[in-house]
Ligand binder design. Structure first.
Ligand code: NI
Length: 221
């Protein structure tokens, strides 16, 4: 299951992030430095130095709204958001087909996300392309919107042909490793919340809540 947060950040928050990121010309490094051994061969972008003071300052401004978002809480069941990278790609830059590493310094990658910090009218190309066995989807979301997708997918960033694409990317470790189990829990949670709105804390609500909670106990870690 992939889904978009529309938006995750308001226009002013995006404008502030952009201004601070682009003002720091010396803090950008070749993206290849943080790629795994096979992804190195296809990664061609620039990233904010993860050790920079600016990275430390800006990270909570992406991570906190993500963790607070009701859809993330219900559909992703996050343990933590980790590995945040601010990335920029100009003409000729992109990131070829790869799969994200399963384990990173701060956790397992169950979901990957891209928060778009440029509007689609500011650059050409640069679509995030998600591959599944039968189809592929090319996505360019408005600035402030975030796309979350299973880290199990092969994906790529098409080469930028004009302008500049600025994004934040990162990973989420979920309490529930299996995507199908997460989806079942999300549906049950959505149903019990709708029921609660209709009839309050009824006997049926209590039964569904019990099932939800006990499945979490069984599947969660
Ligand atoms: Ni990736």
């Amino acid at each position: 299951m992939r889904f978009a947060l529309e938006p995750l950040l308001e226009a002013q928050q995006v404008a502030d992030l952009r201004m601070e990121l682009l003002a720091e010309a010396d803090a950008w490094r070749p993206g290849v430095e943080t790629a795994g051994w096979h992804a190195r061969t296809v990664k061609n972008n620039r990233q904010l130095d993860r050790g920079s003071a600016l990275q430390g300052q800006l990270t909570p401004r992406v991570v906190e709204p993500l963790l607070r978002h009701p859809l993330v809480q219900s559909a992703v069941l996050p343990v933590r958001v980790h590995g945040l990278l601010f990335s920029r790609s100009g003409p000729g830059e992109g990131y070829g087909r790869h799969v994200d590493n399963a384990f990173m310094a701060e956790g397992r990658s169950d979901l990957s996300f891209t928060l778009f910090l440029s509007d689609p009218c500011e650059y050409e190309g640069g679509a995030l392309v998600l591959e599944s066995p039968a189809t592929e989807e090319a996505l360019r979301l408005p600035a402030g919107h975030a796309l979350l997708y299973p880290s199990t997918l092969l994906h790529r960033v098409a080469p930028v042909t004009q302008g500049e694409r600025l994004v934040a990317v990162g990973w989420i470790q979920s309490r529930v490793r299996d995507a199908e189990q997460r989806e079942l829990l999300f549906e049950l949670d959505t149903a019990r919340r709708a029921l609660f709105r209709q009839e309050g804390k009824s006997d049926v609500f209590d039964l569904i809540s019990r099932s939800y909670t006990n499945l979490m106990r069984r599947w969660g870690e």
